[in-house]
Design a protein around this ligand. Structure first.
Ligand code: HEM
Length: 297
């Protein structure tokens, strides 16, 4: 069965989130281009825009990737998770502006179609010094587009959460392609190695946060159905047990919630749903978005 489209439900928090994001991006790109033109008076406006918008997109992608593990490590980051999909869409739009300027700047002066030129003007795949790094950026942009275009709940419901989630894991492929795009591009331009160092620092941060969050989660998972993990979250967030839900895809999750004295909700799209017969949850949902109606009932 397919699900009908419902427009994004705007509220004060979402507006605030997007306003801060919009002002932040405009301020960064404005300052980048303004200060860049003072420091490098010979640089063209196009070059400064390509660099300013590209680095903004790349930085935002790091933020998108770090929000998940940060929230699992410290609940104070949870407000950032709220509208993460909008961050992803803005990352794509900035990448699109950067890529378009890049193609116009470097591929529109010849007699070939600029997009064709992007793919055939450099085929030096076996040379690190001349590798066609722009094609890597294009591949990453296609993935970012796919994810931005399917970010609405409409697609989440129609694809089903497991398929949607697997598809959105492609963000890590896009990230890998962009690490190579930026590193190879910088090495070829032979300018300051600052961006290569910053890219390395970003990569180490992303990997470290993911490893720390995974290790913390494994420790809590190993203790289930001991409710220690739920107690920890309740204490971190100063939450109330009677307003707390344990949501999971297995009998162990249900037992953990029950042992903590909170309501339990099973999801039908997980990996161990067949175990619900041993410990049925208080409620069962097919889509994560159904939870909102349940909680407000
Ligand atoms: C069609 C796709 C793309 C093309 C043709 C392209 C092209 C380029 C070019 C020509 C440069 C070198 C600029 C210079 O040194 O002046 C560059 C650098 C860069 N690109 Fe891309 N790019 C694409 C996609 C992306 C995407 C999707 C992102 C990020 C989300 C990105 C992030 C960057 C960054 C951070 C740099 C280094 C900026 C700097 O030199 O300060 N690119 N790209």
């Amino acid at each position: 069965m397919s699900h009908a489209y419902q427009a994004v439900g705007w509220n004060r928090q979402k507006r605030l989130y997007d306003t801060v994001l919009g002002i932040g991006v405009l301020l960064y790109v404005g300052l980048f281009v303004g200060i860049g033109s003072l420091l490098y008076p010979t640089a063209t406006a196009e070059t400064l825009i390509i660099r300013g918008v590209g680095s903004a997109a790349f930085f935002l992608l790091h933020v998108v990737l770090c929000i998940g593990p940060l929230c699992r490590l410290d609940s104070r980051f949870l407000p950032l998770l709220y509208n993460r999909r909008h961050l992803g869409v803005v990352t794509f739009l900035l990448g699109l502006i950067h890529g378009t300027f890049g193609i116009v700047q470097f591929h529109s002066l010849g007699d070939k179609n600029p997009l064709v030129s992007l793919f055939i003007s450099n085929l030096d795949f076996f040379s690190l010094r001349d590798f066609p790094f722009q094609q890597l950026g294009f591949a990453a942009l296609v993935i970012l587009f796919l994810m931005a275009a399917t970010s609405h709940d409409f697609w989440l419901r129609n694809f089903t959460p497991p398929v949607w989630k697997t598809m959105h894991m492609l963000v890590y492929v896009a990230y890998g392609l962009l690490i190579a795009h930026v590193t190879l591009g910088e090495l070829q331009s032979e300018e300051s190695p600052l961006l290569v160092v910053a890219t390395g620092a970003g990569l180490v941060t992303v990997i470290t946060l993911h490893l720390l969050a995974a290790s913390r989660e494994r420790k809590i998972d190993q203790k289930k159905p001991d409710p220690v993990g739920i107690y920890q979250i309740l204490s971190d967030t100063k939450g109330h047990r009677e307003r707390t839900w344990m949501i999971g895809d297995s009998a162990v999750d249900v037992l953990t919630g029950r042992n903590a004295g909170v309501r339990t909700c099973g999801v039908t799209y997980g990996y161990a749903t067949s175990t619900f017969k041993d410990a049925p949850p208080d409620f069962l949902i097919d889509n994560f978005s159904d939870l909102e109606a349940l909680i407000h009932d």
